[in-house]
Ligand binder design. Structure first.
Ligand SMILES: [Mg+2]
Length: 218
């Protein structure tokens, strides 16, 4: 029986060092502006409010929200600086490329913004190991909605699926509801008891027995 392996992207296949506030600080340094607390607080809501409209880059929306607090930036070039800084902060945990390359069919299903998520996968060398990528703006819906899961399973044909992710509500619960086996990436909590397997960190994924390389003891 063929198995399709579906992965979330952020904090599942890649991690960030620094995380969002540090990325914003560095982008501000590069743009020659001071990252005020008001601007730092504004970027998250600005990103989300723009993204849910599915009309333009949420990174531009985040930059515009920061500008509205008084940050002296031009949103489009600042958004590009931010994206480049985020790409530089993106890290692939040990073992992840080897794990993906050992799997017969791999899909990525992410609530991130498609143009940036695809650049990210290519920049860190993971794109070649992935058969299909579905981002929220591709289907104009976010996990846990059915649309992203329907799209990725249409693209990665298999008799059964395993879903790997770091978010119980976006990744694990909807996948379990669809009858998939699940692997939760993150610290133990009451909510993750829903998952079939759990690892603390993406670098431990290759030890999970749902992956064939591990199951066959290779
Ligand atoms: Mg995630």
């Amino acid at each position: 029986m063929t198995t399709g392996y579906l992965f979330d992207l952020d904090e599942t296949l890649v991690t960030y060092e620094p995380s969002t506030p540090g990325i914003f600080r560095t982008a501000c340094e590069r743009a020659g502006v001071e990252p005020t607390p008001a601007a730092t607080e504004a970027i998250g809501p600005g990103f989300v409010e723009t993204f849910v409209e599915f009309e333009e880059s949420p990174y531009v929306g985040a930059a515009r929200a920061a500008r509205e607090t008084g940050l002296d930036v031009d949103p489009e070039p600042f958004a590009e600086t931010y994206v480049e800084t985020e790409l530089e902060a993106t890290h692939v945990p040990d073992g992840v490329p080897e794990l993906l390359s050992s799997l017969p069919s791999v899909g990525v299903v992410t609530n991130g913004y498609g143009p940036v998520q695809r650049r990210k996968l290519a920049a860190v060398g993971l794109r070649e190991h992935v058969d299909a990528v579905v981002c929220a703006d591709d289907v104009e819906a976010f996990k846990p909605a059915d649309e992203p899961f329907d799209a990725v399973t249409d693209a990665v044909d298999a008799a059964e699926y395993v879903m790997v992710g770091d978010h119980v509500d976006y990744d694990i619960r909807p996948a379990a509801d669809r009858g998939y086996r699940t692997v939760f990436v993150g610290e133990a909590s009451a909510a993750d008891s829903l998952a079939d397997h759990r690892v603390d960190d993406p670098s431990a994924l290759s030890s999970v027995p749902v992956f064939p390389r591990c199951a066959t003891g290779e």
